[in-house]
Ligand binder design. Sequence first.
Ligand code: FAD
Length: 456
Amino acid sequence: MSEPRKDTVTVVGAGLVGSLLSIYLARRGHPVELLERRPDMRRETVDGGRSINLAISTRGLHALRQVGLEDEALKHAIPMRGRMIHPPQGALVYQPYGKDDSQHINSLSRAWLNAFLMTAAEATGQVNIRFKQRVTQVDFGSGALTVHDDATGQVRQEPGRVVFGTDGSASAIRQALEQRPDFTGTQEQLGHGYKELTIPAGPGGTFQMEKHALHIWPRGTFMLIALPNEDGSFTCTLFLPWQGPVSFASLDTPETLSAFFDAQFPDAKALIPDLVEAFFSRPTGSMVTVKGAPWHVGGQTLLLGDAAHAIVPFFGQGMNCGFEDCVVLDALLGQGGGWEQVFTAFERLRKTNADAIADMAVENFVEMRDSAGDPRFQFRKAVEKVLLNAFPGEFVGRYSLVSFSRVPYRLAYQVGALTDGIVAELSEGLTRAEDVDLKRAAELIRSRLTPFMKEH
Ligand code: FAD
């Protein structure tokens, strides 16, 4: 079978996924017209120039590796080897992410990565990025796009081509798809919003907290997290309900905000000098889980990344999942067949996995904000670590499978349910994780987990 013809294609949205996808498509010989609503972040300041970071792990790194970009990205990344829990009182608690330090996630600047990918896309010589181009409508018959040129104020038609919608969680391309009779889907807004704050670097660019950790202040219905940046600063994200006794609505004066931080996050407060100014001047973000289908119209249009499957950020997988989309699509293109065949196969492979990570991300929210601070949860994590070390390759936790492997998310979800059950059973009545009954553990792992892993 031959590969699809080397048509010129249109990619809508030069965010993280659209930029990487364009590189993959260009490598397959397709000239790419990449339309982006925002100005060029490499020349104009967007987001007030703040440093916002995200965690990239095995799946995302693999996608970068395939196009030769992993090494450069890792030069700018800070390994985070575990969670550093900041309880309301008492000493910090460190929970390693993996079986050892080689298993870590990486904090990377979102703006740096996006700019890096756009530059790498242009360097292929096949990708033409046009900025301030806002797509508002798609004609699914011809692939023609209605585009608002925000530089000139003019509205024009972009010629009909195969269209990839990578325009994020509020995707205009998906909204057009939603108008079609065969589309079904849901969009669930999380009852929490988020606000980004900054812990600046200490003297001489030093880190004012442990550098190689993702810091978490779990407080039940709300939490604060912080990820390190290359320049010694940390980007903090405060997750709070929109409404209620402790919420964005209730923190409406500098005094209430200050008192709230004094009571809940005194150590963080001491490190955020512009807390009040930043809190009241920066936007409050919302989070949504988008599930819907179909993701494609024949061989004409396909959604990828957040446009297809926006998820809440609590597993640090939204971008990783979108990058994995690019790898899967590329492999399908390599097998040949027409666009429609490729798009149909892509949706069949990815939809169930996107739904699985969407559900795990919501579950991880509860784990991070609530359970991570719970001594019983911490104990089960310690038992899990004993098992990971005692049964290497045989016992695997859900977090590891999601973050440190490329096994399909759906499978990771199913394995996670089995391992959680085994850990809970082995933890019963124990007071020290080291005392876990390894003989019984071997029986449980080999009777429940191993057959499942063999089957899949
Ligand atoms: P976006 O990054 O949203 O890019 C979409 C692009 O399309 C943008 O450039 C936008 O300007 C453009 N666009 C939008 N509409 C139009 C239009 N009509 N016409 C033209 N262009 C348009 N993921 C991780 O893997 N790890 C993390 O640690 C992590 N942390 C996160 C923390 C927070 C607080 C949030 C909110 C998300 C986090 N994510 C994380 C998720 C991650 O940000 C997204 O999954 C990722 O950005 C998706 O990339 P995308 O390219 O699909 O969409």
